[in-house]
Design a binder for this molecule. Structure first.
Ligand SMILES: Cc1ncc(COP(=O)(O)O)c(C=O)c1O
Length: 382
C-alpha cells in the first residue's frame, strides 16, 4: 500500500460530473470548455508547422517567437515588460504552471492562503509539497475578497497567496482597490503571489481585466499565469504560460525542465503566429458577454437567483428557492432528472453553507437556450 501524499483528495468533480452528463445524455454545462471548435486558421497553422518539420523538442522555456509575442501582448495590454529570454516560460496549460510555481515555493509546513471557493488544483499541489492550505472565504454573495480575513490568516508560516481573477467558479473580478490593499498587506513580508489569470480576456460590461503585473510592487513577487486553452477555445491543446521576474523564473525553470522539459512544438509556433493579430483574442469579451446575457435572459423568470458574472464563462445559480438539498444532490438531480449537467461548488471549498451550483456558458447558443428552457421549469423539490 502506498502511504498516500493526498489521502483526502478524490477524483476531480469535473471528471465525475462529465461522466454523469455522458451517462445521462444530459446537456453538459459542467466542465469548463467550449462545445464549439477553435478557429480553422489556428488548426491550419498547427498543421502547417507540423508539415514544415517543427516536430521535435522545443527549447525548454518555450519557442522564442512565442515568448516574444507573449511579452508584446503583456506590454501592450498591461504596460509591463517581461524579458522573453529570462522571464517567460511556456507551460503545459495553466495547470502545470500552477503546480510548478506552487512546488518551488512551498516547503514542509509552509502555509498557502487560498480564497475560497478556489479552483480545485491549488490545494492538492500545496499538500503534495508538505504545505498547508489556509482557506479564507470570499464574501457572500458578491464573492469579493475580504482583506480583513486575509490579514487574520497571515502567519509567520505564510509563504504564498493565490489570487484568481476573473474568478472560477464565481465570475467575480478584482479591483484597483484590491491591488492597493494587497500591496500594503504584503509590503516587507516574505510572501509570494501566484496570480491565476487564465480568464484575462473574458471580462464583461466594459470592465477591464486588472493584471497583477500592473502593480510594480506586486509584480516583483508574483508568478502570473495564463492559458491559451481558455483564450483560443483549445483547452485540449494544453498550452499556457507563466511570467515572473528573473530570479523567480530561474527557480521555476529548474523544476519545469524536469517535469516535462518542453511543450508541444507545432502548437507553440501556431499560437505565436496567431497572437500577431490581437483581434483573435480581443473579441472574447463581447463574444462571451452575449452568451451570458442570452442564457440569463432565459432564466430571469425562473426560480434561480443570480448576479450576472463579471468575467469568465461561468455563471453561478442560487437554487435556495427550489430546495435545501446539498449542491451535490441537486447537481445529480439536474443531470439525471432534468437533463442539464452542472457543477456543485462545495468541492471548491471546505465549508459550503449556500445552495449554489456553477454553469458554464461556453456553449453554442442553441444549446444554451435548450438548457435554459429545461432549467426554467425546475420548480420546488421536496
Ligand atoms: C482558474 C483556472 N485556473 C487554471 C485552469 C487550468 O487551465 P489549463 O487548462 O490551461 O491547464 C483552469 C481551467 O479550468 C481554471 O479555471
Amino acid at each position: 500500500m502506498i502511504d498516500s501524499k493526498l489521502p483526502d483528495i478524490g477524483i476531480s468533480i469535473f471528471a465525475v460530473m462529465s461522466k454523469m452528463a455522458n451517462d445521462s445524455r444530459a446537456i453538459n454545462l459542467s466542465q469548463g470548455f467550449p462545445d464549439f471548435n477553435c478557429s480553422d486558421e489556428l488548426i491550419e497553422l498547427f498543421h502547417r508547422y507540423q508539415k514544415e518539420g517543427f516536430n521535435q523538442y522545443a527549447p525548454y522555456p518555450g519557442v522564442m517567437v512565442l515568448r516574444e509575442n507573449i511579452s508584446k501582448k503583456t506590454q501592450m495590454l498591461y504596460g509591463k515588460y517581461y524579458n522573453p529570454e529570462t522571464e517567460i516560460t511556456v507551460t503545459a496549460g495553466a495547470t502545470q504552471a500552477l503546480y510548478t510555481a506552487i512546488t518551488i515555493l512551498i516547503k514542509k509546513n509552509d502555509e498557502a492562503i487560498l480564497l475560497e471557493p478556489a479552483y480545485d488544483s491549488y490545494a492538492p499541489a500545496v499538500i503534495a509539497s508538505g504545505g498547508r492550505p489556509i482557506s479564507v472565504p470570499l464574501d457572500f454573495p458578491n464573492y469579493n475578497i475580504n482583506w480583513n480575513k486575509v490579514k487574520d490568516a497571515i502567519s509567520s508560516k505564510t509563504k504564498l497567496i493565490i489570487i484568481n481573477s476573473p474568478h472560477n467558479p464565481t465570475g467575480s473580478v478584482i479591483s484597483r482597490t484590491d491591488i492597493k490593499v494587497l500591496e500594503e498587506l504584503l509590503r516587507d513580508k516574505d510572501i509570494f503571489v501566484i496570480s491565476d489569470e487564465v480568464y484575462e480576456h473574458i471580462v464583461f460590461d466594459g470592465q477591464k481585466h486588472i493584471s497583477l503585473c500592473t502593480s510594480e510592487e506586486l509584480s516583483k513577487k508574483s508568478f502570473i499565469i495564463s492559458s491559451f486553452g481558455k483564450t483560443f477555445h483549445a483547452t485540449g491543446w494544453k498550452v499556457g504560460y507563466c511570467v515572473a521576474p528573473e530570479s523567480l523564473m530561474y527557480e521555476f525553470r529548474k523544476l519545469h525542465q524536469f517535469m516535462l522539459f518542453s511543450v508541444n512544438t507545432p502548437a507553440q509556433y501556431a499560437y505565436a503566429e496567431y497572437l500577431n493579430n490581437p483581434e483573435n483574442y480581443l473579441y472574447l469579451n463581447s463574444f462571451y458577454q452575449k452568451k451570458r446575457d442570452l442564457f440569463l435572459n432565459e432564466l430571469k423568470n425562473s426560480n434561480f437567483i443570480f448576479t450576472p458574472a463579471e468575467g469568465t464563462y461561468f455563471q453561478l445559480l442560487d437554487y435556495s428557492r427550489i430546495t435545501q438539498i446539498t449542491d451535490m444532490e441537486f447537481s445529480e438531480y439536474l443531470t439525471k432528472k432534468v437533463g442539464v449537467a452542472v457543477i456543485p461548488i462545495s468541492p471548491f471549498m471546505k465549508t459550503s453553507k449556500h445552495q449554489i451550483i456553477r454553469t458554464c456558458f461556453a456553449k453554442k447558443d442553441d444549446v444554451l437556450l435548450q438548457a435554459a428552457e429545461k432549467l426554467k421549469d425546475v420548480r420546488e423539490i421536496r
